[in-house]
Design a binder for this molecule. Structure first.
Ligand code: UTP
Length: 305
């Protein structure tokens, strides 16, 4: 009988690199960080935080820049607002404001002095993470699932295998130039061992159409490899380069998570997510459906009944 793989440690810490400039959403991101853009009534960062907590994380590390007070303010206590809501008897709203983080979960803020890339942002979290496996979540990749969240699925796979785990999804070949693309051994169920990783390959030279999505469970060895990573494309320290080095030393799994991913780092992705969440919303669903039908009807896209 084959020996069971060594079990890994359960992840407890999650890193949210939110120090990017968010240039694709200018001018909004002049003052509002991309991660604070809402889908209905919750900012993108809240969806990612909830996913990390569901996966078992109790320490959330936000890598911000010195202009991004909004993210820290959001997770801070809002004394004046709470007092006003309390006095006005708005208990439901008060609960919403108070419980952006549940009891027992702590938020730690680390500054990335210069936007030197995603890899550099992850490295900034090293003093808080220490020597244990941890998660990285990019909040502009919003993942919706009726069952367990994507990170929970990956954390379970990481714990069972002892490997690092990277979220992946199949994309049309024409889009490989927008993603990190992985080559893998054969898949068993949802996971396959990564053999190579290429950043934004041309469709013609891409080793597969399996694209990396913004969820990672990483071995702490990644920090040494990031330290040794020279700036790559655009003068930035790329997380992909360090992962390429990691997979030469340790198993790194590609994981085809269950769920739908919205690329909220793009205009159309944010629109798509808003529409899908509205259609699934317990209060807004009917109104959203009607509004969309009549909007499409007025534009001559569908026949109105
Ligand atoms: P993106 O490539 O989406 O860049 O970064 P961006 O600056 O956020 O957005 P655009 O492309 O200018 O519109 C991927 C993730 O890495 C973080 C970003 O905040 C985002 O979550 N990041 C990127 C950092 O934290 N620091 C960096 O130096 C670069």
């Amino acid at each position: 009988m084959a020996e069971a793989p060594p079990a890994g440690r359960r992840i407890r810490k999650a890193v949210f690199p939110v120090a990017g400039l968010g240039t694709r959403f200018l001018p909004a991101t002049k003052t509002v960080p991309k991660e604070m853009l809402p889908i209905i009534d919750r900012p993108l960062i809240q969806y990612a935080v909830d996913e990390a907590i569901e996966a078992g994380c109790d320490t959330l590390v936000f890598v911000t820049n010195r202009y991004k007070h909004a993210v820290a303010d959001y997770f801070d206590k809002a004394y004046e607002l709470e007092q006003k809501l309390e006095r006005a008897g708005k208990t439901e709203q008060l609960e919403l404001v108070r419980h952006v983080l549940p009891e027992g979960v702590r938020a730690v803020f680390v500054t990335q002095a210069e936007a030197l890339g995603l890899g550099h942002a992850v490295l900034c979290a090293r003093p808080v993470i220490g020597d244990e496996p941890f998660a990285v979540l990019l909040p502009d990749d919003l993942i919706w699932n009726r069952g367990p969240g994507a990170l929970k699925q990956m954390a379970d796979a990481a714990q069972a295998s002892g490997a690092s785990v990277i979220a992946t999804q199949d994309v049309p070949r024409a889009q490989t130039g927008s993603y990190g693309i992985v080559a893998t051994d054969d898949f068993r169920g949802r996971q396959g061992r990564i053999t190579a990783m290429v950043e934004k390959p041309d469709p013609a030279s891409a080793p597969s159409t399996l694209a990396v999505v913004g969820r990672y469970v990483l071995s702490p060895r990644i920090f040494d490899l990031l330290e040794a990573t020279a700036p790559g494309a655009g003068g930035e320290i790329q997380l992909t380069d360090a992962i390429s080095a990691l997979l030469r030393e340790q198993p790194v799994l590609a994981y085809r998570f269950q769920g739908t991913r919205f690329d909220c780092g793009t205009h159309i992705g944010l629109v798509e997510a808003t529409i899908r969440y509205a259609l699934d919303h317990e209060v807004l669903s009917d109104a959203a459906r009607q509004m969309m039908q009549s909007a499409l009807g007025e534009m001559g896209v569908v026949d109105q009944e």
